[in-house]
Design a binder for this molecule. Structure first.
Ligand code: HPA
Length: 245
């Protein structure tokens, strides 16, 4: 069953016809919220609000291990994660929807593996391509069916937050090759990989990253772009659901 993780601006899916809820309790602790199971565009899907509903958890406070485990326990077989990001490169301006194909992890101090309980063999998962190619292409296909154009590919830089970056940090990230910057993509993506769940990301650019515009980044600006962009995010996720067998 396809599962969605909703980030900032997507704490609820109003078009989901709820059929039940799965427990937030896992052996890794409590997920941000119970996993909702419902019908979207005629297909059963799962939904989890990454920051809780209402939105209370900051990116570094999210129990990513519990979130991914709760989704797996609820029957998830693939995950599409929506998130709000800052735009670094020109093609990722405010309002752009990006389906990244790479990431760089700048986070620290987060529980980022299931393999640290010393009970099993030492395991290093392959993470050369952090996003599932088939799922990414399906997501891009969903955009095309709606005559919408995503930025197909790009590098997501995951920062620790909750503060925004300095202009110099964004310059460094740009030199590293990052197109967008967010605070939640890691360790979410790698935990999905460890659970062998195909994972893809749909990122809405809600502000120019630090130093990319001659003004302060305000929550009001972010919220206005979020508000405008969320209809497209909902439409793409519903289209993607309708494409599942
Ligand atoms: N930086 C990091 N995370 C973000 C940003 C940003 O500029 N905008 C939305 N999430």
């Amino acid at each position: 069953m396809l599962a969605f993780i909703g980030g900032t601006g997507l704490t609820q899916m109003p078009s989901l016809e709820l059929v039940g809820e799965h427990s937030a309790s896992t052996r890794w602790g409590e997920a941000s919220a119970p996993v909702q199971e419902g019908v979207l565009a005629g297909q059963k899907v799962l939904f989890l609000a990454r920051h809780g509903n209402p939105h209370v958890l900051l990116p570094h406070q999210v129990n990513y291990r519990a979130n991914l485990a709760a989704l797996k326990n609820a029957g998830a077989t693939a995950i599409v994660a929506a998130n709000a990001v800052g735009g670094i490169t020109e093609r990722c301006g405010s309002g752009a929807l990006v389906v990244p194909d790479q990431l760089i992890d700048y986070t620290w101090g987060r529980d980022s593996t299931y393999f640290d309980d010393r009970s099993g063999p030492v395991t290093h998962v392959d993470f050369s391509w952090p996003f599932d190619t088939a799922l990414r292409l399906q997501l891009v296909d969903a955009f095309e069916q709606l005559q919408l154009e995503p930025v197909n590919g790009g590098v997501y830089g995951a920062t620790q937050g909750p503060r925004l970056e300095t202009a110099a940090e964004i310059e460094r990230m740009e030199r590293d090759g990052c197109d967008i910057v967010g605070m939640t993509g890691m360790p979410e993506a790698v935990l999905a990989r460890e659970l062998e769940l195909p994972y893809a990301m749909l990122s809405l650019v809600v502000n120019p990253a630090a130093g990319k515009a001659d003004r302060e980044i305000t929550m009001a600006e972010i919220e206005a772009v979020l508000h405008r962009g969320m209809d497209a995010v909902h439409a793409v996720l519903a289209k993607l659901a309708s494409m599942q067998e």
